[in-house]
Design a protein around this ligand. Structure first.
Ligand SMILES: *Cc1c(COP(=O)(O)O)cnc(C)c1O
Length: 437
């Protein structure tokens, strides 16, 4: 039995089957390449879903982990610890605005709450918003506005914000507290705030909806939301879990729009592959989460914070913010060319920086393209049924993008040829949970 088969079978027997993994077992990574247990090489254009910002086994991240592993791995929240204390001012210090009405060179967000994941950072933001209102005596201000197809995480609070009803099914999650509106529809937001004055604790928005289809905001959305939320005294909270840490060609996507949010949620790219999340808040909100009101055992643990410090060092030193912009343009050009060569498969491409989507034309679906690409040695993720998502490491090179383009072109040819074959009348026996889901 092959190693892959053996491990896929073991996984099928022991792991909760809540994912739809292909029969592929990854063993190691180096730079922007991954290798499976059989030794086959893949180009990583999904970056662990926008997580592996510096690629795999980056020497600086490895060193940060190696330096800290033997000294201090865990202290809980009961004591300060060096890497987390150093991390907080570093990432808040990056939240300056260089354009827009409030651009004064000072950080817009000044304090950090460290946690372990994106959904936890969102959860902290939810609690922050409600309690801020509560402490002001505004007990009716408990509602949230979020947007259709937004993705904010899978805990019950973050899930209620997530604007995809199929994810709620059977979980009894409190979507009554959330009004979901069409993404970017400012007049719908205005109407909602007018109909329920003083009831909205916060508006949650992704600067560029990632999982919902990599749909860049029309230019006016974030400034419009800033204005509306300020007028109603609701908080504006930007989910930068996917867009933060240089992904869109700015440290944070909100900076591209020249507005200051009240809080942002970070995770994914921050730790370069090590689990860490953060809520960054503006001055004036620090009194909200008083001692004992919120916490986490693992949050800001030294190993993760040390990795995040290394990521910020390298992004700064290697100019990866600007690089995300230039490489994003290159990726965009290659994807446009690919789409133009296969117009029956692709409608086109869109995105910001190194967060891009290749849009499939029906009846083709993202899963089919992902599988064909995987067969040709390129790993991708999906942003819904119709969009293939590209979130490569920020250190991706032109050379690898070109190798990937050729592979994707072959994958596209295979996919369109397959579709021309006559459909079998008999779909065959149902596939088992283990093999092909
Ligand atoms: C991935 C993601 C989350 C959830 O983060 P987890 O670390 O998976 O909990 C939340 N919001 C956005 C925009 C994301 O992309």
């Amino acid at each position: 039995m092959s190693k892959t088969k053996e491990m896929v079978e073991a996984a099928g027997q022991a792991l909760v089957t809540n994912y739809r993994q292909p029969p592929l077992v990854l063993a190691r990574g180096k730079g922007c390449e991954l290798f499976d247990v059989e030794g086959k090489r893949y180009i990583d254009l999904y970056g662990g879903i926008a997580v592996s910002s510096l690629g795999h086994a980056h020497p600086r991240v490895v060193k940060a982990l190696a330096d800290h592993a033997p000294t201090l791995r865990h202290t809980s929240k009961l004591f300060f610890k060096d890497p987390g204390v150093r991390l907080a001012p570093r990432h808040t210090g990056l939240t300056t605005l260089t354009s827009g009405p409030t651009a004064d060179g000072a950080p817009t967000l000044t304090r950090a709450f460290l946690c372990n994941s994106g959904t936890e950072a969102i959860e902290a933001c939810l609690k922050l918003a409600r309690r801020a209102a509560f402490l002001k005596g505004e007990t009716r201000r408990t509602r949230f506005i979020a947007f259709h197809n937004a993705f904010h995480g899978r805990t019950l609070g973050a899930l209620a914000l997530t604007g995809t009803p199929k994810y709620w099914e059977g979980f009894g999650c409190d979507t009554q507290s959330v009004t979901h509106l069409p993404y970017g529809d400012l007049s719908a937001v205005r109407d909602e705030l007018r109909q329920r004055p003083g009831e909205t604790a916060a508006i949650f928005v992704e600067a560029v909806p990632g999982a919902g289809g990599v749909l860049p905001a029309p230019v006016s959305v974030l400034p419009g939301l800033r204005e509306l939320s300020t007028a109603d005294a609701a908080l504006l909270i930007i989910d930068e879990v996917q867009t933060g840490i240089a992904r869109t060609g700015a440290w944070f996507a909100f900076q591209r729009e020249g507005i200051a949010p009240d809080a942002i949620a970070l995770a994914k790219g921050l730790g370069g592959g090590v689990p860490i999340g953060a809520m960054l808040i503006r001055e004036g909100l620090n009194e909200v989460l008083t001692p004992g009101s919120h916490g986490t055992t693992f949050g800001g643990n030294p190993l993760a914070a040390a990795a995040a410090n290394a990521v910020l060092d390298v992004v700064e030193e290697e100019g990866l913010v600007a690089r995300a912009e230039t490489m994003g343009r290159e990726l965009s050009q290659r994807l446009s060319a690919l789409a133009a060569r296969h117009p029956s498969l692709f409608e086109g491409e869109r995105g910001v920086g190194l967060l891009r989507g290749l849009i499939m034309r029906k009846p083709f679906e993202s899963r089919g393209m992902m599988a064909a690409a995987r067969d040709r040695g390129v790993l991708l993720s999906a942003a819904g049924d119709q969009v293939v998502r590209f979130t490569p490491p920020l250190v991706i090179t032109s050379a690898l993008l070109e190798v990937a383009r050729v592979a994707l072109d072959l994958a596209a040819q295979t996919l369109s040829q397959k579709s021309e074959l006559p459909k079998p009348n008999n779909p065959g026996p149902p596939v088992t949970a283990v093999t092909a889901r």
